[in-house]
Design a protein around this ligand. Structure first.
Ligand code: FO1
Length: 335
């Protein structure tokens, strides 16, 4: 363990949207605390693209945008998605046309992002290149990589007593139905044939530490781990892999991850999620697992899974608190 060649660690974070962005802000802050000026050279974020969708002719990448906007300081912190101080004139016009989804709001500034992205994609750029172009607008202090360049949107099969099992896009299930329809399965069609985006496997291999952020284990971290090659990159890297529990006090901090966990037969607890990811000493991906102080009683059960486990404060109330969590994870990794 330790930093190869000494100096500043190269950190790779696997992340989803809201929780992922708060955690990534903490990782950047932790590097700044160490006096690192060019944090983009040391912080790579592998972002979930399983939430992506096509709507009204534009490509949306909610998790990519949440992290980009948060690092740029232009995110709407109240809603947790979209741009701060956005307006909704175009959205009102789309609704008047009966276009798009009536329950799904596209802010005007946010639409600028989707239009730019869609134009570049239509011109032949890969999602990796598009994210590079988008990230260049701001000094983000991190290198952002989509998990894959393939389109692998999440489809939820819901149980509807009247019609029987029915597939729907994850975003419809999440935003329209607020996860109230019982999910039977989450699938990312085509993911078996997907490859990690360029740079993802190399970043994991060259990392001094890999952090699995406190994002939704099923629909954020799950799709990243399901991209063929990423799980094996995690299992083979020399870097310690440290996960941060998204559960505090036996409950999910935000979102409806508990519904997702229940659907795949995993208990909503720090132990349940640790078991889902598994230990590298077995057939899983983690070496260490940070659980919330409120879940300290779970530490022994996590250790019994073959993981190094410690209880720490895990509330990400501001970047400084998130940086404390990242510092704790780096300490566990010995970097
Ligand atoms: N979430 C909502 O609950 N309602 C919305 O109208 C909505 C619009 C939206 C537009 C762009 C975008 O990037 C995200 C948006 N989200 C919205 C958030 C998003 O659906 C989910 O919270 C995440 O995908 C889950 O991580």
């Amino acid at each position: 363990m330790g930093v190869r060649g000494g100096g500043t660690p190269r950190i790779v974070v696997l992340a989803g949207g809201v929780g992922g962005s708060k955690f990534v802000l903490g990782a950047r802050e932790a590097l700044r605390r160490r006096g690192v000026a060019a944090s983009a050279d040391h912080l790579t974020v592998v972002v979930n693209t399983g939430d992506d969708l096509w709507l009204s002719g534009v490509r949306l990448q909610p998790d990519v945008d949440s992290i980009t906007y948060a690092l740029a300081g232009v995110n709407d912190t109240q809603r947790g998605w979209g741009r701060q101080d956005d307006s909704e004139r175009v959205n009102a016009e789309l609704q008047a046309w009966g276009a798009g989804w009536p329950w799904f709001t596209l802010g005007d500034l946010d639409l600028g992002t989707h239009l730019a992205r869609t134009g570049w994609l239509r011109d032949g750029a890969t999602p990796t290149r598009v994210l590079e172009l988008m990230a260049a607008r701001w000094d983000l202090g991190a290198r952002l990589l989509p998990m894959t360049d393939a389109e692998v949107d999440t489809i939820v099969t819901v149980d509807e007593p009247e019609t029987g099992p029915r597939p729907m896009h994850f975003q419809e299930w999440w935003t329209r139905h607020r996860a109230s329809l019982r999910p039977l399965a989450f699938d990312n069609p085509g993911i078996e044939a997907a490859a990690p985006a360029p740079g993802v496997a190399d970043a994991i291999a060259a990392a001094d530490v890999v952090l699995v952020g406190p994002s939704n284990p099923v629909v954020s971290i799950g799709p990243i781990l399901a991209v063929p090659g990423i799980r094996s990159a995690l299992r083979h890297t020399d870097a310690p892999v440290v996960g941060v529990s998204p559960i505090i006090g036996g409950r999910v901090v935000r979102g409806m991850a508990d519904v997702c966990l229940t659907a795949i037969g995993v208990e909503t607890s720090a132990v349940g999620v640790a078991g889902l990811y598994g230990a590298r000493s077995g057939d899983g991906v983690l070496d260490s697992w940070l659980v919330a102080q409120e879940d300290a009683a779970a530490v022994n059960a996590v250790r019994a899974l073959g993981l190094d486990a410690h209880a720490r404060p895990l509330w990400m109330t501001d970047p400084a608190r998130s940086a404390d969590i990242v510092d704790a994870a780096l300490a566990l990794a010995g970097v």
